[in-house]
Design a protein around this ligand. Sequence first.
Ligand code: UDP
Length: 470
Amino acid sequence: MSQNPRPPHVLIFPLPLQGPVNSTLKLAELLCLAHIDVTFLVTDHIHARLLRHSNIQTRFSSYPGFRIQTISDGLPEAHPRGDRFLELFDSLKSKTKPLFKEVLRCGGFSCVIADGILGFTCDVANEVRVPIFYIRTISAACLWVFFCIPKIIEAGEIPFEGDDLDILVKSVPGMERYLRRRDLPSFCRSGDLADPNIQLYKTESEENPRAYGLILNTFEELEGPILAEMRSMCPNIYTIGPLHAHLKAKLAAKATSPTAFSNSLWEEDRSCIAWLDSQPPKSVIYVSFGSLAVTTSNQLMEFWHGLVNSGQRFLWVIRPDSIAAKSWESEVPVELSKATKERGYIVGWTPQEEVLAHPSVGGFLTHSGWNSTLESIYEGVPMICWPYFIDQQVNSRLVEEAWKLGLDMKDTCDRSIIEKMVRSLMDVGKEKFLERADQMAKSAKRCLSNGGSSHNNFERLVEDIKSMSA
Ligand code: UDP
């Protein structure tokens, strides 16, 4: 009697932060749907938060090949991980690496998919002789800038002196026309080549080509010219994004409708959907700065005045830990509270994909995190970008200059500019932005359909994984 061969078994190891965990869980489910077993390796810290706030256990209960395994990040429980990235990276590299080696050695995995910024995973995988793919959950554009950091340094373009941030940067092939100093990842402004961030991201150019392949949450029609440049360094790239929509498309094709997905690390406040239901079509600007950005109480007030003065309706996420001052709530002027009651709604965390897909939402004031950007692009929602750090400075430039999908407000936080930009996006320039956003949303949908680039690249990834376990 012939036995069924065991399915391939992949170990996924994301960077332990909301954005990467979000997208890699979607990849995990896509692989489960393709009959590949997945072990999802997360730090204890992320695991506890997923158990507290997400419905990961019910969501994955229909996939017998899926399991979660935990690993220590080596930091004390009270450490503010997201706020002190470099300490998190150091700890992962020194404390988690040996534990990761044990997991890989004992697991019988066909291959690993690890976040490309965790360079030690490639050393371990090579040592244990398990093939490794890297995944990056940032834009190809930003990753390309990281790849080019050695060239930018060699050309003397960083560190730079003086305060003219509008000077064009010439040593990032394909972006010479529009990339300015101010659009470089935020740490490039430090003026010091020894800056640990510069050193960390510089190694990307050395690390990523070492893996068997590089999986990116983007799509060819959006970032084709940059991907062409990147392939000169890293030929085997799988563009399979936007991942959140890719998963929805695959589930729809299988006529499966599992429990709604919530992989949030915060408690979602669903009352905002009922509020959106009662607003006119495309009338609301959604405001959210993701899971990590922190604003001062001054910036909060500038946003608040700008939004109220624009006269537009707004849905605003103010995460409990996102304002640097503790007592800000008592400082909100009465007129702002009154106007907010009339045409605004504030929550601590939303089901964002659902919000962006809602017919009442007509614009997004965002920090330009890559997940948020892709979610907005997929739903055809134009953006105002207020980038906070790292990759977001690059993304926001592409939104305005390369893709014409919105306005870049980086390096200012002034109520009159906010008011003007909100009006421009939601009122005077509305038709133009919506038309362009609609075109891009259509091309995102095309790339996920049968024969589309992300669809085909995912099939290729599955075949490659299967060939590794044969
Ligand atoms: N998000 C959400 N609810 C919110 C705010 C954000 O579900 O109220 C999700 C959003 O959909 C996205 C992720 O959190 O998938 C944020 O990732 P992104 O890459 O945009 O930014 P980061 O948090 O990494 O800065």
